[in-house]
Design a protein around this ligand. Structure first.
Ligand SMILES: [Zn+2]
Length: 249
């Protein structure tokens, strides 16, 4: 068991939350019970995740995508009412860590995705240094990279080919980081891997000769919260369960 306030303080210093300019508040977003023994992690604070956390008797939910984002109109209606109502009725604390959880050098989404692909971060690029790159000892073909991503993430990526040259420098940024593609190109990438693609990136890939792989926003961001949950088991004596609410996006 750990006090809710103490856990928030611990996470604030572990994830260095005050070093990021983010799109929503990092930390405790919805206050629940005062002590936490049972933690559920998930990618997004959706209604399904909250319902499953209630079944699992969670005292706290920790997610990558919380409830509050810049640009919302602030009304508690519709889906927001339903999610908040359940959290408050069951006194479940909601913690959310967005960019700090992408960037953490060991527990972050980028580091954890690399670990599963067998890569090690050698450098960073892009806004707030959120993108990562590494040079492979043995270059991959585009088809080889496609297969590695498909097998590792259990989801077939969207693949924009840039010709069939060997890929040595891999650049990646989990989630919705299509806007990092040009910075990846500037960092010398042969291939860029993120969660999503928008229309313009297809043309940049073909015209700049850098292969683009959109491996799933959800699929690429499943690993940070899991690593963080396990860290909290070791360091704060919590029980932890990751709940994967499947999402094709
Ligand atoms: Zn995301």
């Amino acid at each position: 068991m750990i006090q809710t306030a103490k856990l928030e303080k611990y996470l604030q210093s572990l994830l260095k939350t005050d070093q990021f300019r983010d799109y929503g508040p990092n930390g405790l977003q919805v206050e629940g019970c005062l002590e936490i023994g049972n933690l559920v992690t998930g990618v997004t604070a959706s209604l399904r995740l909250i319902e499953q956390a209630i079944d699992a008797k969670a005292d706290a939910i920790l997610v990558h995508h919380g409830l509050f984002w810049r640009g919302q109109d602030g009304r508690v209606v519709g889906w927001m009412k339903k999610r908040l109502e359940l959290l408050l009725a069951h006194q479940i604390n909601l913690f959310a860590y967005h960019l700090p959880l992408d960037a953490h050098p060991e527990l972050g989404n980028n580091a954890q995705l690399a670990k599963r692909l067998g890569w090690q971060v050698q450098g960073v690029f892009g806004e707030q240094d959120l993108g990562c790159w590494c040079d492979l000892m043995t270059p991959l073909s585009e088809a080889g990279l496609q297969q590695l991503l498909h097998q590792t993430l259990n989801r077939e990526p969207v693949w924009v080919s840039a010709g069939d040259r060997p890929l040595r420098r891999m650049a990646w940024c989990t989630g919705g980081a299509q806007s990092y593609f040009e910075a990846a190109i500037a960092a010398g990438a042969d291939a860029f891997i993120t969660g999503e693609i928008s229309e313009p990136q297809t043309h940049y890939a073909r015209e700049m000769g850098v292969a683009y792989f959109a491996a799933g926003h959800h699929a690429t961001e499943r690993y940070g919260v899991q690593a963080l949950g396990e860290h909290l088991v070791q360091h704060c004596g919590l029980r932890h369960q990751f709940i994967d609410v499947e999402n094709p996006a």
